[in-house]
Every structure is written in C-alpha cells, then in structure tokens.
Design a protein around this ligand. Structure first.
Ligand code: ATP
Ligand code: MG
Length: 139
C-alpha cells in the first residue's frame, strides 16, 4: 500500500478537555505519524471555508460555532494507507456508534462535538492539507 498523507483536526472539545495527548497517543499507536502540526483558533471565515461542502446542511451554523469556540490542533498525518486507516481509528461520526478503541468512542460527546476531524478521500485530503499547510500534499 502507498504512503499517503491525510489531514486531521483535534477539535475545540478535545483541547478544552486536555485530551490532546490522549488523542495523539491513539493516532501514533495506530502507525500514523504527524509530519506537520499547528495550534490555532479558527475564524468563522476559515471554519466556513473548511466545511464549505456542508454549507446547506441544517447543522452548519452549529458546526461553525463549535469549531470557532476555542483553539484546535491541525495536523498532517502520514503513513501507509493513511486516509482509510485514519478514518478507521477516528470512529463513526456519532460517538455512540463508534467502535471500541476509536478516538470518537473514547473522547467524543455527541454527533456534533465529536473530538476529531479527518479527510474522507484523497481529493478531500489534498484540499484540506492545502487549506492549512500548502505544499504538504503528497501525490
Ligand atoms: P469530519 O468531517 O468532521 O471528520 P465526518 O466526516 O465523520 O466528520 P461529516 O458528515 O463530514 O462527518 O460532518 C462534519 C461534522 O459536522 C461532523 O464531524 C460533526 O461535527 C458535524 N455534524 C455532522 N452531522 C451532524 C448532525 N446531525 N448534527 C450536528 N452536527 C453534525
Ligand atoms: Mg467529513
């Protein structure tokens, strides 16, 4: 399998709960390696642009409120088959449906406040990495 890069955000709830280390430990032990990392407080404009695909969804305003309420950790993760591997280790969008051992099962509160973000496909990984770390896209 090819070495890939994917994009990750530890969302404001994870930072608020002092769980950055715990989230990173799960990711690192699954074989994903951070190759770029930035802590930042998103503006509404940045959050809206990042989640642009969801702009018509009824939860969009709530999602932007949540993502801008405190600092986040944005990262590029690298590894074999990193995009699919990371989706697996994140767990289902709704933490109540997430598998044991996943970040969302361990740290997520509900479908909105679900601890972590990850790219869902190669094209989205490329867009999302470029949004925060231009030049770090692979392929
Ligand atoms: P993400 O893109 O953050 O990695 P995901 O790909 O699992 O999550 P998406 O369908 O892309 O899920 O939704 C993006 C984010 O919007 C979710 O992670 C969650 O924070 C929020 N969200 C999704 N569905 C709902 C909902 N029904 N109610 C409230 N918030 C939601
Ligand atoms: Mg998504």
């Amino acid at each position: 399998m090819a070495i890939e890069r994917t994009f990750s955000i530890l969302k404001p709830d994870t930072v608020e709960k002092n769980k950055i280390g715990e989230a990173l430990a799960i990711l690192e032990s699954s074989g994903l390696r951070p190759v770029a990392m930035r802590m930042m407080h998103l503006t509404r404009k940045q959050a809206e642009g990042f989640y642009y695909v969801h702009r018509e969804r009824k939860f969009f305003g709530e999602l932007v409120d949540f993502m801008t309420r405190g600092p986040i950790v944005a990262m590029v993760l690298e590894g074999e088959g990193a995009i699919a591997k990371y989706r697996e280790v994140m767990g289902a969008t709704d933490p109540a449906k997430a598998a044991e051992g996943t970040v969302r099962k361990k740290l997520g509160a509900n479908i909105g406040e679900n601890a972590i973000h990850g790219s869902d496909a190669p094209e989205t990984a490329k867009f999302e990495i470029g949004y925060f770390f231009p030049g770090y896209e692979l392929g």
